[in-house]
Write a protein that binds this ligand. Structure first.
Ligand code: AMP
Ligand code: MG
Length: 408
């Protein structure tokens, strides 16, 4: 049964609602080289034994340990085995083969002696002072992974190290959750493209570029440009956006005479999950479903737009990619300056965290002029979380914050 929409919802209520409603989207098979950042839709398993052959893990000599006494041995060096050597070679009693790291172990050899523990004499004679332990400096076939072993679990994010492991495991492609197609629309008669000359009453559309790049790691973003504050033109753009799995609209969400977005979406048949937030900044944020598209309406005020994207769009996009719908992670840090008392609404304010050379975490509130300040997020890499009516917090006090994982 459809639950009634949440009005004046706390962040926790929104996350809970998203947890109930968001289901993973489709999966797709992609070549390894195109899978960076995607989430595995099924466990990835090693296809081939690793290493695929017995190999040397030191530069030195491949020997038979039975050729040695406790005092060592002098052996005849019968040649060299290089990494990549395709021919099978063999070591016999009284002989050794020079071998390089990564080269296949010759038949008959059961140990490798480091080159540093040997002396080359004339006539290809090599003297060793110690007796090698059988198996030393050898990595046996399949000693790291056997074909079929687990390599990475479903749901894990493919990082550069994962790519290397997938390639080493002999995989050519992986099954991942498809990155959801995201359509992004800014609205407002006052908005002009970046760099354009401004007429009276106009500002540059600064939200769209930020949201486009905030969303990029979690989807394929299509920018629909800017819609005017005019219902018919707005509706045409919103209809275009319904081709995507997620439609993000910024601006025109509140109660002004020209805030047409909620009305037009309602005419189109949206089912709201959230119609406003008990949060500062970000009160006029809305979340709904229209046909098969998730719709996220963000306030036009730049800090509100960024904060509400980070708090709610990210978990939504994670859920669509098979990850848990979760609040952003929290850390604890020492305030570098005093925080004033918090008002009646929970607050998330831009901040910047860093570590000291002694491993302490510092969190610096950013001097922002409120939700409409387009410079407020310019250096932010964290959100300070404040509880309603929290008293003023002095410099040095430890406080919770959300690191945002943004480039710094
Ligand atoms: P709105 O949510 O449409 O009422 O807009 C709130 C405030 O944010 C107004 O001052 C708008 O001019 C401003 N604003 C709206 N959209 C954007 C945008 N895309 N970029 C920068 N500022 C915006
Ligand atoms: Mg507007």
């Amino acid at each position: 049964m459809q639950q009634p929409p949440l009005e004046f919802a706390t962040a926790e209520q929104v996350w809970e609602r998203l947890r109930d409603e968001v289901t993973p989207g489709p999966t797709t098979t992609v070549p390894i080289a195109e899978s960076l950042g995607a989430r595995l839709a099924e466990d990835a398993r090693v296809q081939l034994d690793y290493p695929p052959f017995d190999r040397a893990v030191m530069d030195g000599y491949a020997v038979q340990s039975s050729s040695f006494t406790a005092g060592g041995a002098t052996l005849h060096c019968a040649g060299l085995v290089r990494a990549g050597a395709a021919d099978h070679s063999a070591v016999t009693a009284g002989h050794c083969l020079r071998i390089n790291t990564g080269a296949p172990l010759p038949d008959g050899a059961d140990a490798v002696v480091m080159v540093e523990k040997s002396r080359e004499n004339e006539d290809d004679q090599v003297t060793f002072d110690d007796q090698p332990a059988p198996g030393q400096h050898i990595e046996r076939r399949a000693s790291l992974r056997k074909a079929g072993d687990l390599l990475a679990r479903a749901g894990s994010t493919i990082a550069p190290g994962t790519l290397a492991a997938l390639v080493a495991g002999g995989l050519a492609e992986v099954r991942t959750f498809a990155r959801p197609p995201i359509a992004l629309l800014s609205t407002g008669d006052e908005l002009r493209p970046a760099g354009a000359a401004l007429g009276h009453g106009q500002i540059h559309d600064s939200n769209r570029i930020a949201l486009q790049h905030l969303a990029a790691p979690d989807g394929t973003v299509q920018s629909l440009g800017t819609a005017p504050d005019q219902p018919a033109a707005l509706r045409a753009k919103l209809e275009e956006g319904l081709a995507a799995d997620v439609l993000i609209i910024v601006g025109g969400m509140s109660k002004g005479s020209h805030d047409f977005v909620p009305r037009v979406l309602e005419e189109m048949g949206i089912a709201w999950l959230v119609t406003s937030l008990n949060l500062k900044p970000g009160k006029p944020t809305r979340i709904g479903r229209l046909n098969d598209t998730w719709v996220l309406g963000l306030p036009g005020n730049p800090v509100s737009a960024a904060v509400c994207f980070l708090l709610f769009a990210r978990p939504l996009l994670a859920g669509l990619q098979g990850l848990p719908v979760a609040p952003p992670p929290v850390l604890r840090g020492q305030l570098t300056s005093e925080l004033p008392a918090c008002g009646a609404r929970p607050m998330y304010q831009p901040a910047r965290w860093e570590t000291t050379d002694r491993g302490e975490i510092l969190i610096a509130p950013i001097d922002w002029a409120g939700s409409g300040d387009p410079f407020g997020m310019a250096t932010a890499n964290a959100l300070l979380q404040r509880d309603p009516h929290a008293p003023a917090a002095p410099r040095g006090q430890t406080t919770l914050f959300h690191p945002l994982g943004l480039p710094t």
